[in-house]
Ligand binder design. Sequence first.
Ligand SMILES: C[S@@+](CC[C@H](N)C(=O)[O-])C[C@H]1O[C@@H](n2cnc3c(N)ncnc32)[C@H](O)[C@@H]1O
Length: 233
Amino acid sequence: MTLFLLDLMTKYINYAQYPVPRIRHHAKPVLYFPLKQHRGDRFNYPAEIESLDWKNIFAGGKPPAYIDIGCGLGRFLINMALFEPKKNILGFEVRQGAVEWIEKVIAGEKIPNARALWYSAVNGFKFIKSGSIEKAFYFFPDPWVKRRHYKRRAFSAELLDEIHRVLKPSGKLYLMTDVPEVDGFQQEVMTAHGGFKYKYVTDGKWDLPIETNQEEFCIRKKIPFIRMVCRMK
Ligand SMILES: C[S@@+](CC[C@H](N)C(=O)[O-])C[C@H]1O[C@@H](n2cnc3c(N)ncnc32)[C@H](O)[C@@H]1O
């Protein structure tokens, strides 16, 4: 499918029907930490998920082929689903308002192969079968620039273990960030993990034709960003 067709297809969604509510930039700090680290505190935390019946998630009843970790307002998630109608794509997002809005668009437009879950990725993906995911996306994570906030970053050895477990042997993890310090941090975690080989994409050979909300913003504002593709060793 050409980019021209994609453009036509995505413009077909009349976003004026789905006004975006006011959504805070960050969720409550507790949501960036795994549920097991909290001891009986009372707070509104997304449910821990042990298993999912995919028949209740995607119209075709099949599991996801793609996952979008920290999908934000879901531009990439929705357009990727439209672009590849045979692939189910599941997004995870910690800001409840964003998920509710994405789900409204998905339901309104009857998109059968996209869903977003209110979920903190730091709890792992027990409900996803090992070796089942073709592509995992982790785009423009919150930088948490202050040193005391580093621990809120979702990217960690544990998250990489989970991504490594759910990816097919031929699977790929795609990363993008506009914060060089975050890129350095991710590269360090990735190197220490040792389960992936990675390559920076500097020659424009990025095989995803869809932009994320943040990527589109960076392009519009001429903010440089860094792309990396990781494969299983
Ligand atoms: C800067 S936004 C980028 C959104 C989108 N990926 C894009 O490129 O436009 C980062 C997103 O990751 C989400 N996020 C941060 N930590 C998360 C976690 N532990 N689990 C799920 N989502 C998380 C944030 O709420 C935010 O929406």
